[in-house]
Ligand binder design. Structure first.
Ligand code: BEZ
Ligand code: FE
Length: 276
Protein backbone atom coordinates (compact mmCIF):
# COMPACT_ATOMS: atom_id res chain seq x y z
CA UNK A 1 0.00 0.00 0.00
CA UNK A 2 1.16 3.52 -0.78
CA UNK A 3 -0.29 6.96 -1.56
CA UNK A 4 -1.57 7.41 1.98
CA UNK A 5 -3.80 10.38 2.72
CA UNK A 6 -4.91 12.17 5.85
CA UNK A 7 -7.90 9.85 5.85
CA UNK A 8 -6.16 6.53 5.14
CA UNK A 9 -2.90 6.79 7.10
CA UNK A 10 -4.21 5.91 10.55
CA UNK A 11 -5.71 2.53 9.68
CA UNK A 12 -2.65 1.73 7.54
CA UNK A 13 -0.39 2.32 10.55
CA UNK A 14 -2.64 0.15 12.73
CA UNK A 15 -2.63 -2.60 10.08
CA UNK A 16 1.20 -2.74 10.15
CA UNK A 17 1.13 -4.32 13.62
CA UNK A 18 2.11 -7.93 12.98
CA UNK A 19 -0.24 -10.82 13.83
CA UNK A 20 2.30 -12.25 16.29
CA UNK A 21 2.40 -9.01 18.31
CA UNK A 22 1.65 -9.45 22.02
CA UNK A 23 -2.14 -8.84 22.36
CA UNK A 24 -1.85 -6.19 25.08
CA UNK A 25 0.84 -4.33 23.13
CA UNK A 26 -1.43 -4.49 20.07
CA UNK A 27 -4.35 -3.06 22.07
CA UNK A 28 -2.29 -0.22 23.55
CA UNK A 29 -0.46 0.66 20.31
CA UNK A 30 -3.66 0.59 18.27
CA UNK A 31 -5.30 3.06 20.66
CA UNK A 32 -2.16 5.19 20.81
CA UNK A 33 -1.92 5.40 17.02
CA UNK A 34 -5.59 6.32 16.65
CA UNK A 35 -5.53 8.95 19.43
CA UNK A 36 -2.21 10.44 18.29
CA UNK A 37 -3.35 10.71 14.68
CA UNK A 38 -6.69 12.21 15.77
CA UNK A 39 -4.80 14.75 17.90
CA UNK A 40 -2.66 15.78 14.91
CA UNK A 41 -5.70 16.00 12.61
CA UNK A 42 -7.79 17.94 15.15
CA UNK A 43 -5.12 20.49 16.04
CA UNK A 44 -3.77 20.77 12.46
CA UNK A 45 -0.22 20.52 13.89
CA UNK A 46 2.28 22.18 11.54
CA UNK A 47 5.70 20.70 10.71
CA UNK A 48 7.36 23.52 12.74
CA UNK A 49 5.19 22.70 15.76
CA UNK A 50 5.92 19.00 15.45
CA UNK A 51 9.70 19.65 15.36
CA UNK A 52 9.26 21.85 18.44
CA UNK A 53 7.49 18.97 20.22
CA UNK A 54 10.29 16.57 19.27
CA UNK A 55 12.92 19.10 20.44
CA UNK A 56 11.00 19.38 23.75
CA UNK A 57 11.03 15.60 24.28
CA UNK A 58 14.71 15.46 23.30
CA UNK A 59 15.43 18.12 25.93
CA UNK A 60 13.48 16.09 28.51
CA UNK A 61 15.74 13.14 27.75
CA UNK A 62 18.87 15.31 28.07
CA UNK A 63 17.74 16.44 31.53
CA UNK A 64 17.45 12.89 32.86
CA UNK A 65 20.14 11.26 34.96
CA UNK A 66 20.10 9.08 38.08
CA UNK A 67 18.87 12.04 40.19
CA UNK A 68 16.58 13.83 37.76
CA UNK A 69 13.65 12.24 35.90
CA UNK A 70 12.13 14.84 33.61
CA UNK A 71 9.65 12.36 32.07
CA UNK A 72 8.14 11.60 35.49
CA UNK A 73 7.76 15.36 36.02
CA UNK A 74 6.08 15.62 32.62
CA UNK A 75 3.69 12.77 33.37
CA UNK A 76 2.95 14.23 36.82
CA UNK A 77 2.30 17.79 35.66
CA UNK A 78 0.04 16.65 32.82
CA UNK A 79 -2.09 14.71 35.33
CA UNK A 80 -1.23 11.37 33.72
CA UNK A 81 0.46 9.90 36.79
CA UNK A 82 -2.61 10.57 38.95
CA UNK A 83 -4.90 9.22 36.21
CA UNK A 84 -2.93 5.95 36.05
CA UNK A 85 -3.01 5.82 39.85
CA UNK A 86 -6.78 6.49 39.97
CA UNK A 87 -7.36 3.51 37.66
CA UNK A 88 -5.04 1.19 39.61
CA UNK A 89 -6.23 2.34 43.05
CA UNK A 90 -9.84 3.53 42.82
CA UNK A 91 -9.91 4.13 46.60
CA UNK A 92 -13.14 4.78 48.38
CA UNK A 93 -14.44 2.73 51.27
CA UNK A 94 -12.27 2.14 54.25
CA UNK A 95 -8.73 1.96 52.85
CA UNK A 96 -6.14 4.73 52.70
CA UNK A 97 -6.12 6.53 49.37
CA UNK A 98 -2.98 6.64 47.24
CA UNK A 99 -1.21 9.43 45.42
CA UNK A 100 1.86 9.93 43.21
CA UNK A 101 5.21 8.31 44.02
CA UNK A 102 7.15 11.29 42.64
CA UNK A 103 10.81 11.24 41.61
CA UNK A 104 12.41 11.51 45.06
CA UNK A 105 11.90 8.00 46.42
CA UNK A 106 15.26 6.26 47.02
CA UNK A 107 16.05 2.62 47.65
CA UNK A 108 17.77 1.59 50.87
CA UNK A 109 16.91 4.55 53.10
CA UNK A 110 18.32 4.74 56.66
CA UNK A 111 16.60 2.37 59.10
CA UNK A 112 14.93 4.41 61.84
CA UNK A 113 13.83 2.95 65.17
CA UNK A 114 10.46 4.04 66.49
CA UNK A 115 10.91 7.33 68.32
CA UNK A 116 13.86 8.26 66.08
CA UNK A 117 14.56 11.41 64.07
CA UNK A 118 13.77 11.49 60.34
CA UNK A 119 15.58 14.80 59.86
CA UNK A 120 18.72 14.87 62.05
CA UNK A 121 20.48 18.22 61.95
CA UNK A 122 17.71 19.88 59.94
CA UNK A 123 16.31 23.10 61.45
CA UNK A 124 12.68 24.13 61.24
CA UNK A 125 9.56 23.59 63.30
CA UNK A 126 9.55 20.11 64.81
CA UNK A 127 6.59 17.77 64.64
CA UNK A 128 5.94 14.35 66.13
CA UNK A 129 4.42 11.78 63.80
CA UNK A 130 2.44 9.01 65.48
CA UNK A 131 0.66 6.64 63.11
CA UNK A 132 -0.74 3.11 62.95
CA UNK A 133 -0.91 0.53 60.20
CA UNK A 134 -4.24 -1.31 60.24
CA UNK A 135 -5.91 -3.87 58.08
CA UNK A 136 -9.10 -2.59 56.42
CA UNK A 137 -11.20 -4.12 59.21
CA UNK A 138 -9.20 -2.16 61.82
CA UNK A 139 -6.92 -4.98 63.02
CA UNK A 140 -3.44 -3.60 63.84
CA UNK A 141 -0.66 -4.90 61.59
CA UNK A 142 2.67 -5.58 63.30
CA UNK A 143 5.89 -5.66 61.30
CA UNK A 144 4.67 -3.49 58.42
CA UNK A 145 7.46 -1.72 56.53
CA UNK A 146 7.02 2.03 56.20
CA UNK A 147 9.25 4.21 54.02
CA UNK A 148 8.89 7.95 54.68
CA UNK A 149 10.52 10.83 52.82
CA UNK A 150 10.03 14.57 52.69
CA UNK A 151 11.49 17.91 51.64
CA UNK A 152 13.45 20.22 53.97
CA UNK A 153 11.97 23.46 55.33
CA UNK A 154 13.66 25.12 52.32
CA UNK A 155 11.86 22.76 49.96
CA UNK A 156 14.73 20.46 48.98
CA UNK A 157 14.99 16.68 49.12
CA UNK A 158 18.32 15.20 50.23
CA UNK A 159 19.23 14.33 46.64
CA UNK A 160 19.03 18.06 45.84
CA UNK A 161 21.36 19.08 48.69
CA UNK A 162 25.14 19.27 48.42
CA UNK A 163 26.44 16.52 46.16
CA UNK A 164 23.18 14.62 46.70
CA UNK A 165 24.81 11.55 48.22
CA UNK A 166 23.70 11.98 51.87
CA UNK A 167 20.46 10.31 52.96
CA UNK A 168 18.39 12.55 55.23
CA UNK A 169 14.70 13.49 55.60
CA UNK A 170 13.89 9.88 54.84
CA UNK A 171 13.87 6.55 56.58
CA UNK A 172 12.39 3.08 56.90
CA UNK A 173 10.42 2.13 60.02
CA UNK A 174 8.67 -1.02 61.18
CA UNK A 175 5.30 -1.02 62.91
CA UNK A 176 5.19 -2.29 66.51
CA UNK A 177 2.89 -5.05 67.84
CA UNK A 178 -0.02 -2.59 68.07
CA UNK A 179 0.56 -1.38 64.48
CA UNK A 180 2.12 1.89 65.68
CA UNK A 181 5.14 3.62 64.22
CA UNK A 182 6.34 7.00 65.39
CA UNK A 183 9.13 9.46 64.80
CA UNK A 184 10.14 13.08 65.06
CA UNK A 185 10.81 15.30 62.08
CA UNK A 186 10.68 18.84 60.74
CA UNK A 187 7.47 20.32 59.30
CA UNK A 188 7.39 19.60 55.55
CA UNK A 189 7.21 22.88 53.63
CA UNK A 190 5.52 23.52 50.30
CA UNK A 191 8.06 23.48 47.47
CA UNK A 192 8.40 23.84 43.72
CA UNK A 193 9.01 20.69 41.73
CA UNK A 194 12.27 21.01 39.76
CA UNK A 195 11.37 23.67 37.19
CA UNK A 196 14.71 24.65 35.66
CA UNK A 197 14.19 22.26 32.73
CA UNK A 198 11.81 21.80 29.81
CA UNK A 199 8.85 20.84 32.04
CA UNK A 200 9.28 24.08 34.02
CA UNK A 201 9.40 26.03 30.74
CA UNK A 202 6.18 24.32 29.61
CA UNK A 203 4.46 25.17 32.92
CA UNK A 204 5.47 28.83 32.57
CA UNK A 205 4.27 28.89 28.95
CA UNK A 206 0.88 27.59 30.16
CA UNK A 207 0.74 30.16 32.98
CA UNK A 208 1.01 27.48 35.70
CA UNK A 209 2.99 27.57 38.95
CA UNK A 210 5.31 24.65 39.93
CA UNK A 211 4.29 24.34 43.61
CA UNK A 212 3.28 21.35 45.70
CA UNK A 213 1.64 21.75 49.12
CA UNK A 214 3.76 20.56 52.08
CA UNK A 215 3.53 16.78 52.58
CA UNK A 216 5.18 13.69 53.98
CA UNK A 217 5.52 10.69 51.65
CA UNK A 218 4.64 7.18 52.84
CA UNK A 219 5.06 3.77 51.20
CA UNK A 220 3.44 1.18 53.46
CA UNK A 221 3.88 -2.55 52.84
CA UNK A 222 2.62 -5.46 54.92
CA UNK A 223 2.32 -9.19 54.20
CA UNK A 224 -1.14 -10.25 53.02
CA UNK A 225 -2.09 -6.69 52.11
CA UNK A 226 -1.92 -4.38 49.11
CA UNK A 227 0.78 -1.76 49.51
CA UNK A 228 -0.14 1.91 49.57
CA UNK A 229 2.00 4.73 48.18
CA UNK A 230 0.67 8.02 49.45
CA UNK A 231 1.32 11.35 51.19
CA UNK A 232 -0.12 13.19 54.16
CA UNK A 233 -0.62 16.86 53.31
CA UNK A 234 -0.35 19.81 55.71
CA UNK A 235 -3.81 21.20 56.45
CA UNK A 236 -4.06 24.92 55.66
CA UNK A 237 -1.28 24.89 53.04
CA UNK A 238 -1.92 27.53 50.37
CA UNK A 239 -1.28 25.09 47.50
CA UNK A 240 -3.77 22.35 48.45
CA UNK A 241 -6.19 23.54 45.77
CA UNK A 242 -3.61 23.90 43.00
CA UNK A 243 -1.01 21.14 43.54
CA UNK A 244 1.01 21.11 40.31
CA UNK A 245 0.73 17.30 40.09
CA UNK A 246 -2.98 17.01 41.03
CA UNK A 247 -2.13 14.72 43.96
CA UNK A 248 -4.29 16.10 46.81
CA UNK A 249 -7.21 14.10 48.24
CA UNK A 250 -9.32 15.31 51.18
CA UNK A 251 -8.72 12.11 53.16
CA UNK A 252 -4.96 12.77 53.07
CA UNK A 253 -5.04 16.31 54.49
CA UNK A 254 -4.11 16.28 58.19
CA UNK A 255 -3.38 18.65 61.04
CA UNK A 256 0.35 19.17 61.59
CA UNK A 257 -0.39 21.80 64.29
CA UNK A 258 1.69 24.92 64.59
CA UNK A 259 -0.82 27.58 65.56
CA UNK A 260 0.40 27.92 69.17
CA UNK A 261 4.11 27.21 68.58
CA UNK A 262 4.08 23.96 70.62
CA UNK A 263 5.35 20.65 69.24
CA UNK A 264 2.30 19.00 67.72
CA UNK A 265 1.74 15.28 67.30
CA UNK A 266 0.32 14.46 63.90
CA UNK A 267 -1.75 11.25 64.08
CA UNK A 268 -2.99 9.10 61.23
CA UNK A 269 -4.15 5.51 60.74
CA UNK A 270 -3.18 3.84 57.47
CA UNK A 271 -5.70 1.18 56.46
CA UNK A 272 -4.52 -1.40 53.94
CA UNK A 273 -6.70 -3.50 51.66
CA UNK A 274 -6.40 -7.26 52.17
CA UNK A 275 -4.61 -8.89 49.23
CA UNK A 276 -6.97 -10.76 46.92
C1 BEZ B 1 7.10 14.80 45.18
O1 BEZ B 1 6.16 14.97 45.92
O2 BEZ B 1 8.15 14.46 45.68
C2 BEZ B 1 6.95 15.06 43.73
C3 BEZ B 1 5.91 14.50 43.06
C4 BEZ B 1 5.78 14.75 41.71
C5 BEZ B 1 6.69 15.55 41.06
C6 BEZ B 1 7.74 16.11 41.76
C7 BEZ B 1 7.88 15.87 43.11
FE1 FE C 1 7.26 15.32 47.70
Amino acid sequence: MRNFTEESLTEAAVARIAPECDPRLREVMTALLRHLHTFVRETRITPEEWFKAIAFLTECGRFCDDKRQEFILLSDTLGVSMLVDAIANPGGGDVTESTVLGPFFRENPPLIANGGDLAPGIAGRRVNVDCRVLSQDGTPIAGAQIDCWQASPEGFYDSQMGDGSAHNLRGRLTSASDGRFWFNTTLPASYPIPHDGPVGALLRAMGRHPMRPGHLHFWVQAPGHRQVITHLFVKGDEYLESDVVFGVKDSLVVDFGGADGSIHTMRYDFRLRKAA
